[in-house]
Design a protein around this ligand. Structure first.
Ligand SMILES: *Cc1c(COP(=O)(O)O)cnc(C)c1O
Length: 840
């Protein structure tokens, strides 16, 4: 999850913050704080910002203080060690900083942030709903907002800000106008709920469900459930699924004093009895009995998760005494919750960022921040298309003054406003601007046709139908796309990081277009998450990344002799595996007058592919010592079979050889040479072989090389049905009459073939795709651009989606069928398949 953004709050004086956090203050500059910042990249209003230097496993926010100071920030929360570190070299600096800044010294900066948030929460007496559970938290929160906001001013977590940092920032948004709070709490290990409980202090608790997500740090599901329930310690009421035995047992054991509204489809004795759930074509009819009264409502969804989410919402509405007829009316209008920012290619070299999430200031800020980060060095103009923001509790002028400030601070160059309110505040924006009374007027205008070379954030409130705007601007492509979930990739990165010692560095492998996922967006995201190195195969992949603005260190695994100049120009650090390459490289560098260009020395410890051997080391040392054009930055080797116990003895032998050879090299040089040997499987299976760095590949893309299990699925390959026809039993389908039928069949054609990377061996019933969640086998030979699938037993129409692989159909099912490895299937998806990125 992307956390740590900039948050608007009620104004506090620095004195009152000192008092609330119990901090020791150095400096006495008067200040008023409107914004909290934990991620330096999100800075927008330096003067009114208070920066919390929060340490993470591998980084410390304090590192960014000098940069923030340069950019005008003057208020910082730090530990005394942080402060010592900052002023270590200069007594003078200490004096200057104390004159110009306020440093609030605390023992623990995260705790200080949380304490502040607790105190802030303590000054409000309003009801607060706290939501926890494994899935559905954000949807339940957003639906409750949809159901309850007509009658009250609600403050809620933006997106899924539910972590140790996300919660304090969310709670911080409470102000005098707030009448109800709705906050999510997410945990991934024992003991994390307590601080969240202290900040949220819910009066109404909802447990959505308990599943396997984030299970790795818990002993059992039950333990996780008990930890989650501790959020409800002081609640007046707790809402949960009474049919879930484990949850019911845990609630029984947890000795909560709260009233319980357990809902049940089986037990009429439960406080909320669900007497009927009837799925129709596109909606579900639900009847319930509560306090002796029977009522019915519909929701415009038919999946089980939506039904469960709606029942949790129902219980909360009933408890808050929303009249039954209003519940019925509002349930029928529930809107799906799109929780992601979509990045798509638009016409005329535009990039579209589609934020179909609700529109409010906090989520506008997040989206603008996202846009700003994407725009850097792409040379595209930054444009915002924004509708009226339907946020209660602020006057139009105040609201749009804040919008204008945000727009200005995030470097937006053009605004297109849609709606009466934003139009009435046109004068507040002093950039290129256009205003329209409604979406129709915008679509009819020239302004939309003239968008060109721009990166455009499209953000509209629901009733403005901005999907029409993005549809108009989207580049229409081949209907087959590879969807890449950047959030899942980050989760995988963190999953593997959690297996490393904090000081172990990481190379992220983005070779072969990031295993097929597309290098730029992946590299960009990895860079944002502080990957130490990126590695690509050839120099051109590296220079493309540089041209697109990637500044992280890049290793070239396969440096061609013809590409040295490119490598020097773009500071791409080559792997060097033999003397021929080394000599040529040194010569080329000397010719350019380059010194100390970093190289990565590869050793052969058993793969017998590329690399120096043991007997080469003394000569290698001599050759390197004899010049100063290049310098060994790292020394590494590669495992042959670290994924399989069958080769463990060999792997250990490789480690031993590597240890020996790399030590010999290191001892010949005074500077530190980074050592690394582990790939993904090595990280998991040989934690003792981390050395200084590891190289993460396939795991980043969601696949565990050990058992082919999927960690967090990143890529989904999907397409749409072009045509459906009935074919008689005696007929055949496709080339060479290979598609034989055993009954009269419905056959669908989809626009994906072997030229897109759909392996021909999946044809003739060997493989299948999913249509509306059901298996549709490939019928007959797969063609170059199209193939046919059997949908006889599937309720589907032309235009429906077919998933080739994805969340429900793991790519490993395909690679197993094809008797190959997932790497090959992933990297085989051809470049003509459009990559579409999104972020949860
Ligand atoms: C591709 C590659 C990796 C990553 O391997 P995974 O199995 O995908 O983790 C590591 N090191 C080298 C040298 C590679 O070429």
């Amino acid at each position: 999850m992307q956390i740590c953004q900039c948050f608007i709050i009620m104004s506090y004086t620095i004195e009152s913050i000192v008092e609330k956090t119990g901090a020791r203050r150095l400096g006495n500059k008067p200040a008023t704080i409107d914004w909290l910042l934990t991620d330096s990249r999100s800075l927008c209003f330096p003067e009114e910002t208070l920066f919390f230097a929060i340490p993470t496993k591998r980084n410390n926010g304090a590192r960014y203080i000098p940069d923030l100071y340069e950019r005008g920030v003057r208020n910082f929360v730090v530990t005394s060690e942080d402060f010592k570190g900052l002023t270590m070299d200069s007594e003078q600096l200490k004096v200057t900083m104390a004159q110009e800044c306020n440093f609030l010294i605390v023992p623990n900066t995260l705790k200080a942030l949380q304490k502040l948030s607790e105190q802030h929460r303590g000054s409000f007496q309003i009801p607060v709903i706290g939501i926890t559970g494994s899935n559905g938290k954000t949807i339940v929160k957003e639906w409750l907002h949809q159901l309850l906001s007509p009658d009250r001013v609600i403050v809620r977590s933006p997106r899924s800000y539910n972590s140790q940092i996300g919660v304090p920032l969310s709670v911080w948004q409470m102000n005098e106008e707030s009448e109800l709070g709705i906050f999510e709490a997410g945990i991934s290990e024992m003991g994390e709920m307590r601080p969240l409980q202290n900040m949220i202090k819910p009066t109404i608790g909802i447990l959505t469900n308990i599943g396997g997500a984030h299970q790795e740090n818990f002993f059992s599901l039950q333990e996780k459930c008990m930890e989650k329930l501790s959020l409800f310690k002081d609640c007046d009421v707790v809402i949960y699924n009474g049919d879930n035995e484990m949850i019911s047992n845990c609630v029984g054991k947890s000795m909560l004093t709260a009233r319980e509204i357990a809902w049940s489809m089986k037990d009429i004795e439960r406080p909320l009895y669900i007497s009927r759930v009837e799925k129709r074509e596109d909606h579900t009819v639900i009847s319930y009995r509560y306090l002796e009264m029977d009522n019915t409502f519909c929701i415009p969804f038919i999946d089980d998760a939506s039904i469960e989410n709606s029942l949790n919402c129902l219980a909360a509405c009933l408890y808050l005494m929303v009249p039954a007829d209003q519940i019925t009316e509002r349930m029928a209008r529930l809107e799906p919750v799109a929780m992601r920012l979509e990045v798509k290619d638009g016409k005329n070299n535009c990039i579209l960022i589609n934020d179909s999430y609700n529109s409010d200031l906090a989520s506008l800020d997040i989206a603008l921040d996202f846009l700003y980060r994407r725009s850097q060095s792409k040379g595209l103009k930054r444009t915002l298309i924004l509708s009226d923001i339907l946020e209660t509790g602020q006057s139009t002028t105040t609201l749009y003054r804040k919008v204008a400030q945000l727009v200005h601070s995030r470097g937006i160059e053009k605004i297109i406003g849609v709606g009466a309110e934003i139009s009435s505040c046109a004068s507040k924006f002093d950039i290129e601007k256009y205003f329209f009374p409604d979406t129709k007027a915008l679509l009819a205008s020239d302004v939309i046709k003239k968008l060109k070379n721009e990166i455009i954030l499209i953000k509209g409130s629901r009733n403005f139908s901005f999907d029409l705007v993005s549809e108009e601007l989207e580049l229409k492509v081949h209907e087959t796309i590879l969807e890449v979930n950047l959030g899942a990739m980050v989760a995988n990165l963190n999953h593997y990081r959690s297996m490393l010692k904090p000081e172990t560095k990481m190379v992220c492998m983005v070779k072969a277009s990031a295993y097929g996922a597309g290098s730029y967006e992946i590299a960009k995201t990895l860079q944002e998450h502080h990957a130490d190195y990126l590695a690509v195969a050839v120099a051109d992949e590296g220079s493309d990344l540089r041209k697109a603005g990637i500044t992280a260190s890049i290793i070239i695994m396969d440096p061609e002799l013809t590409a040295f100049k490119t490598m020097f120009d773009y500071k791409l650090e080559p792997e060097v595996y033999n003397f021929h390459l080394l000599d040529a490289l040194i010569k080329a560098a000397e010719k350019e007058g380059i010194t100390n260009f970093p190289i990565h020395v590869k050793l052969d410890t058993g793969m017998h592919r590329l690399g120096f051997e043991e007997k080469d080391i003394p000569q290698l040392i001599r050759r390197l010592k004899n010049q100063n054009a290049v310098i060994p930055r790292s020394v590494f080797s590669h495992f042959v079979g670290s994924d399989s116990p069958q080769f463990d003895a060999f792997t250990r032998q490789q480690i031993e050889r590597y240890e020996h050879m790399s030590t010999e090299l290191q001892e010949a040089f005074p500077h530190k040479i980074l050592r690394h040997i582990c790939n993904t499987a090595g990280i998991e299976r040989f934690p003792g072989a981390q050395f200084d760095m590891v190289r993460l590949g396939i795991g980043l893309y969601g696949i565990s090389p050990i058992d082919n299990s999927v960690i967090n699925n990143v890529s989904t390959l999907k397409t749409t049905i072009l045509q459906i026809r009935d074919v008689a039993e005696e007929d055949t389908v496709g080339y060479s009459r290979k598609g034989h039928l055993v009954r009269p069949s419905r056959i669908a054609a989809i626009p994906i073939g072997y030229a897109d990377g759909l392996n021909r061996h999946l044809g003739c019933g060997h493989g299948y795709c999913l249509v509306n969640g059901k298996k549709a086998p490939y019928v007959g030979n797969i063609c170059m651009d199209v193939c046919m699938i059997d949908v006889t037993d599937i309720d589907c129409r032309e235009g429906d989606q077919a998933v080739i692989f994805g969340d429900e159909l793991p790519i490993t099912v395909l690679s197993d069928t094809l008797d190959t490895i997932p790497y090959e299937v992933l990297t085989g998806i051809s470049t003509r398949v459009k990559r579409v990125y999104y972020q949860d």
